[in-house]
Design a protein around this ligand. Structure first.
Ligand SMILES: [Zn+2]
Ligand SMILES: [Zn+2]
Length: 181
């Protein structure tokens, strides 16, 4: 998943990549720790444009993620399709004597630095994928979730637990007087 800057000098390029999850360092680490699993390839289809000293990358990023259902914890396989717009900026080696500390201009914020003649997209793309993960994945819209008392998966079998009643908090509120200055 490399962009060669030389190839962009004449005109923008469309680049299509697909690589197995194993070639992404951080995704592989997460999978090994059992936190987030991805299935199959991570694919990207982007147009890459050289604009002055910036390299603009725009297009789509897709893959299939396996996450626990946020209610019943059963694994849910979910396709992900994300739009991406990234700006890479060539790292300028500071001149000797130049002040190291300076304010970043607005355009520089959000730029991803790179060095040399190629940009490897992998680490940036895996961060984009992780930021695009669904926050509350569900195995089904009407997933019944787990029993809060015994932990039974209510999609599979009903238990005979009485749901807990939370009244302690309200009793405390009754005795509370709100005073205004
Ligand atoms: Zn569920
Ligand atoms: Zn129960």
């Amino acid at each position: 998943m490399e962009i060669r800057i030389d190839n962009l000098k004449v005109r923008p390029r469309r680049l299509v990549f697909a690589e197995p999850v194993e070639s992404f360092l951080f995704l592989r680490e997460l999978a090994e720790r059992g936190e987030v699993q991805f299935r199959g390839n991570i694919s990207t289809d982007v147009v890459v444009t050289l604009v002055g000293s910036l390299v603009e990358v725009e297009g789509s990023l897709s893959g299939t993620v396996v996450l626990p259902c946020s209610r019943c914890l059963q694994p849910v396989e979910q396709p992900l399709e994300l739009q991406i717009a990234l700006s890479f900026s060539r790292q300028v080696v500071p001149h000797a004597g130049a002040s190291e500390e300076r304010e970043l201009s607005e355009e520089e914020v959000g730029l991803i630095p790179f060095e040399g003649d190629t940009i490897d997209l992998r680490s940036t793309l895996e961060q984009e994928l992780l930021m695009g993960l669904p926050q509350h994945p569900l195995c089904a819209d009407d997933c019944a979730g787990l029993c809060p008392v015994c932990g039974a998966d209510l999609n599979r079998n009903r238990c005979n637990c009485t749901p807990p009643i939370f009244h302690g908090g309200l009793a405390v509120l009754k005795g509370l007087k709100i005073t205004k200055d």
